[in-house]
Design a protein around this ligand. Sequence first.
Ligand code: HBI
Ligand code: FE
Length: 293
Amino acid sequence: MNDFHDGINKGVAPVTYGQGERPPRGDYASAGSDYTCAQRWGDYTAEQHALYRRLHERQTAQLPGLACDEFIDAVRHLGAAERIPRFEDINAKLKPATGWQIVAVPGLIPEEAFFALLAERKFPVTEWLRKPEEFDYVVEPDVFHDLFGHVPLLFNPVFADYMQAYGAGGLKASRLDACELLARLYWYTVEFGLIQTKQGLRAYGAGILSSAGELRHSVCSPEPRRVAFDLKRLMRSRYKIDSYQATYFVIDAFEQLFDATAPDFAPVYAEVRALPLIEAGVVLPGEREFAAG
Ligand code: HBI
Ligand code: FE
């Protein structure tokens, strides 16, 4: 079972709760107009710190041979994870490294607000932690998914530049009503991306790296299809929200992601919109496929 992701796919954020969506888990009332809030580190209980530590230990043990080296090299910046890290302690290291900082948010936030924060090199990290009964499956991104899954690669200069370019592109996409196309780019790279390395396939996507089961599945299972990263093909590709992915996109280097954000996306959106969607798990004739790692 895939981690929290149906929350992102349904655009679960305060603005949709009025339509009968799940009530928000976070305290949106205390958030500012940019949706940032305080981490309230003193409110975490000893049990929550212990749960966070168990999550961190379980994922860290799995990384060798499955996570990309850039992630493994940077995950130490989260600290020993004896307790839930203080965001300001991470920022003291992250800001000098790539100019990024993490900001606390009550949970999923509207896309415009999300893009605006990324464009300013601010990554929104959910301040609440899943419950013990959600150890293996949490519907929405919690502090563990956001910190463990997303923050380490923000220490990588090329990936950090891609994330800011993505945010800036998202603000333009909002004006072109192309958020859904851009959401697929985020999904198939930042959340579920794979990278071909000299040692073989490795994971760099946060949704994979923070998932107990999908990390090994995405790299080693013969079930899913693994196709070469192609921006327009990816933007046409539907994704699954409540199970492991049936398709993963594979890059050769983070530079490939950053370079893909260089052109003006307006013609890309027009071209993609004129073509049919591609179901998850489908491989197109002549497409470059990658075998399991
Ligand atoms: N909000 N806090 C938070 N974290 C996300 O990852 C996030 C979000 N809002 C929207 C969103 N992701 C997706 O719609 C992206 O594809 C934009
Ligand atoms: Fe995420």
